[in-house]
Design a protein around this ligand. Structure first.
Ligand SMILES: [Zn+2]
Length: 89
């Protein structure tokens, strides 16, 4: 993927995570108390809907976001440990 994308492309360059078809933005809203924009997208090919979150490059995460990410990691680690444990028995 070395070619430059056309900035006027209505799909904004995000491919569908399911079928890699072109997607369209169907809704954009500002996330309250943050400098983020949440976009609702729909695939033109398979109609799959998903969201993306846009933020300024280089902006640091808020403490709440770091805590949420840590919490997710902790849960994933716990699940992994359980799976490994199950595999051994
Ligand atoms: Zn799709």
């Amino acid at each position: 993927m070395s070619e430059t994308r056309n900035l006027t492309d209505p799909y904004h360059g995000i491919a569908c995570p399911k079928c890699h078809g072109p997607t369209r933005v169907i809704d954009s809203r500002l996330v309250p108390d943050t400098n983020r924009i949440r976009r609702r997208r729909r695939c033109d090919k398979c109609a799959f809907r998903f969201s993306t979150r846009e933020r300024i490059v280089g902006e640091t995460d808020t403490l709440a976001e770091v805590e949420a990410a840590l919490h997710t990691l902790e849960n994933q680690l716990r699940e992994l440990v359980t799976k490994i444990h199950d595999l051994r028995n």
